[in-house]
Write a protein that binds this ligand. Sequence first.
Ligand code: THU
Length: 130
Amino acid sequence: MSDSGKIRENLLKQARIARESAYCKYSSFAVGAALLTESGEIYTGCNIENASYSLCICAERIAFGKAVSEGHRKFRAIAIVGGSEDSETDCPPCGACRQFMAEFCNADFEIYLAEKKYLLRELLPNAFIL
Ligand code: THU
């Protein structure tokens, strides 16, 4: 397997492990994410829901929050897996998470889903950044 194939497989594996911690009692849609920093560390996240529904936080933003709060500012790739209960479905990042990625990642940041790979520029063309 190529180096990039191994990175992808490892990120998907870590995302699936993180997904097991999802707190999703309202939607029953469990999501896991694994974020690779420029320097090679992996930070994971899961979605965390709340009885006040608008407070739900996506797995991707948890992973970014963990990494950024530990000093990381540059990222290479993220893997995202999700689905209802034990099944896995395609789980592309929501619009808010795409904008969150654009704050810290350049346009060729890689987004791995179980079966697909996208670049940030494809999922959020003409991103708003200051
Ligand atoms: N969710 C994520 O964690 N990431 C996404 O990109 C899409 C949605 C979560 C939020 C909520 O807890 C559940 O999936 C259903 O929307």
